[in-house]
Design a protein around this ligand. Structure first.
Ligand code: FES
Length: 128
């Protein structure tokens, strides 16, 4: 989907949805057109907005938006890797070392804006 962009303080942000479309406690997957790997998960938890990569680094599953939210963390529904909502950091290093990228997200004039995730082709796709 193509999203409208807006430049704020020299940085480009994208209007991804109306503020009432992001419900408390229910994540949404946002996919950018350029590549399957350009996707994020957004959340509103206790009124705070969070934006993380939607792709779990464990098995490259596009499931973080479906994660279980608890104690400021989101747990991938597939095998339980757990990440801090604010920082994206992996909070259980016994599971693995990789974390989720986090992105800016904010609300302006009843619209939710995020910064666009960079295109990072994962190693396993690099021979495509
Ligand atoms: S794919 Fe997320 S924990 Fe395995």
């Amino acid at each position: 989907m193509k999203y409208k962009s807006k430049i704020i303080n020299g940085k480009e942000y994208f209007a991804i949805c109306k503020n009432n479309e992001l419900l408390e406690g229910k994540g949404i997957k946002i996919q950018f057109d350029e590549d399957d790997d350009m996707q994020v998960a957004i959340f509103r938890i206790n009124g705070e907005l969070y934006c993380l990569s939607n792709i779990c680094p464990h098995r490259h599953a596009e499931e973080i938006y479906n994660g279980i939210i608890k104690d400021g963390n989101v747990t991938c529904p597939l095998h339980g890797w757990t990440y801090n909502l604010k920082s994206g950091a992996n909070v259980n290093l016994k599971q693995g070392l990789k974390s989720l990228q986090k992105f800016e997200i904010f609300e302006l004039n009843k619209t939710i804006y995020i910064e666009k995730p960079p295109l990072i082709i994962p190693k396993w796709r690099q021979s495509e």
